[in-house]
Design a protein around this ligand. Structure first.
Ligand code: UN1
Length: 510
């Protein structure tokens, strides 16, 4: 399949509206977003951004749709989501390829991303029959008490460029079975992926008579995101991206006492113990550090290595990095594709400069690749530097394939380094020693939302709750009981007697 056919199959034209309430694409006066592929630097297509007027129209349509959608029985909503999963299965290759071409991750990872969408649809279908609360025993005679979950309303979804489709689906599939409607603002760096998704689900929605407004798309930069965050019609805003973005969105949402769900930056580390199986450790670190060219929020940025195995790990890493193939991510022979754009390349170069200035020592040199196949200017070499954990540059999340090596002596010291950053998304320990594993997982262990053993920091399954602590924002998306934040909770007490006893035994007789 070539990219022309992919665009055709997914209903993408040379110029597209970026604003939709479902089957309708709205003409706007918004700015023109040009989507260039980081793979070859070519213009793929253009998208017209949402303007204030069309934003208001979207919210109005979505509000009306909510009034109907919330009354559709949850398992029936689940049936629609089941069909979305089927439609995604049918378009897996095309959508995976568009993700790869527009964002730059490998085709394998593009397919993986669509698989995450399919998985969350399956999860949501089951969930649609399990949106249950608890029942409690009332302290009053002839009283019954229980809690129930109702649909919440409009859910705003802000997603980042690095997962152009999966993160939206984590939110949308759950929100839909919960009876909510969605307004999605994707990253302005990958607008075409949002259009492709809307076209795929729209076929399913049409077939099932789902009202216009249950799935809406808006496009544009941070200004459009701010409209979403500020809108009092949107009770929940789920935002995935940088800490800077999360602070802006979170503050705006909280100012109106809306509900923010934030999944922000990570500064994830793997602790490699003296008891580690080094083959697993190196493979886990390699995929974690260079997969998606270091642009996952779960990317392994730090490797905290025991002094006894430090030299060995260094040697193995140097060898492994020497075998990496960097190039067109659609070619299955390549392991590492481009960064998203030249701005990201600049960020990578600045970080490398800072590393040496702050006293780091390069183990594997970085650099920008030039020449045939690298015309987009976005291909960089994965680099490794030996550093100290408290270097300012190590404390930052640089969205690029730079791995920091840190040496440790005791497990307590390793955990202290692991936790010694502002972010708290993902973490891992490579060990076969049960005592240090349990310490790492204990209350005095990793402070992250994800803590793995003998697995890298990235590549989480959708069945678990996804997110982290501290500057990562505290939100949880995707599996487990994350659905609860997409619903409003209500406690009900029912008196089926003929008197009115008050709680806490209060007497109030007249
Ligand atoms: C992200 O980078 O924002 O755990 C999401 C992972 C993927 C999701 C990453 N399943 O690496």
């Amino acid at each position: 399949m070539d990219i022309k056919n992919v665009l055709k199959e997914l209903g993408i034209r040379n110029s597209n509206s970026g604003t939709s309430t479902g089957s309708k694409w709205i003409k706007t006066k918004g700015q023109l977003i040009k989507s260039y592929s980081p793979v070859d630097g070519k213009l793929i297509a253009t998208v017209q951004a949402t303007d204030q007027k069309s934003f208001d129209k979207v919210v109005e349509t979505s509000r009306k749709a909510f009034e109907q959608w919330r009354l559709v029985p949850a398992p029936k909503r689940g049936e629609v989501v089941r069909q979305i999963g089927e439609a995604l299965r049918a378009r897996k290759e095309a959508l995976g390829m568009l993700v790869s071409y527009e964002m730059g991750k490998s085709y394998q990872e593009g397919l993986g991303e669509v698989q995450e969408m399919i998985d969350i649809c399956d999860f949501a279908v089951g969930l649609s029959r399990q949106l249950h609360g608890l029942t409690m025993h009332s302290e009053r005679p002839l009283h019954r008490m229980y809690e129930q979950y109702h649909p919440l309303g409009l859910v705003g979804i802000i997603s980042a460029f690095n997962f152009p489709v999966a993160v939206w689906s984590w939110n949308a599939a759950i929100a839909w079975v919960c009876g909510d409607t969605c307004v999605w603002k994707p990253s302005e760096k990958v607008p075409l992926c949002s259009i492709a998704c809307q076209n795929i689900i729209n076929e399913v929605f049409k077939k099932n008579g789902v009202p216009e407004g249950v799935s809406c798309i808006i496009n544009g930069d941070y200004r459009v995101g701010q409209w979403l965050a500020a809108s009092e019609d949107i009770p929940l805003v789920s935002a995935t991206g940088s800490v800077r973005m999360g602070k802006a969105v979170g503050t705006t949402v909280m100012q109106r006492l809306g509900r923010p769900l934030l999944e922000l930056g990570g500064n994830n580390a793997i602790i490699v113990s003296e008891h580690a199986n080094l083959d697993i450790a190196i493979r886990g670190a390699l995929f974690g550090a260079v997969g998606t060219a270091g642009q996952r929020c779960t990317t392994t940025r730090r490797l905290i290595v025991h002094e006894k195995v430090y030299a060995n790990v260094k040697e193995k890493l140097r060898k492994a990095y020497g075998q990496l193939r960097i190039g067109n991510p659609l070619d299955p022979k390549n392991h590492v594709g481009p960064l998203i754009d030249k701005l990201a390349v600049q960020g990578y170069l600045n970080a490398l400069k800072a590393v040496t200035k702050q006293g780091g020592k390069m183990l594997v040199e970085g650099g920008v690749l030039k020449g045939k196949g690298y015309e987009s200017g976005c291909y960089v070499k994965p680099a490794i530097a030996e550093v100290k954990n408290d270097f300012p540059i190590v404390q930052q999340e640089t969205f690029a394939p730079i791995l920091y090596l840190i040496k440790y002596r005791t497990v307590d010291e390793a955990i202290r380094y692991q936790n010694g950053v502002k972010q708290g998304l993902s973490s891992a320990m490579m060990t076969t020693n049960m005592m240090e594993m349990e310490k790492f997982l204990s209350a005095a262990g990793s402070d992250c939302g994800i803590a793995n053993v003998n697995i890298g920091t990235s590549g989480a399954e959708i069945g678990g709750a996804f997110g982290g602590e501290k500057e990562t924002g505290g939100g949880r998306e995707s599996g487990s009981d994350s659905w609860k934040i997409y619903m409003r909770r209500q406690t009900n007490t029912i008196n089926y007697g003929t008197s009115l006893p008050l709680a806490q035994g209060i007497k109030f007789d007249v």
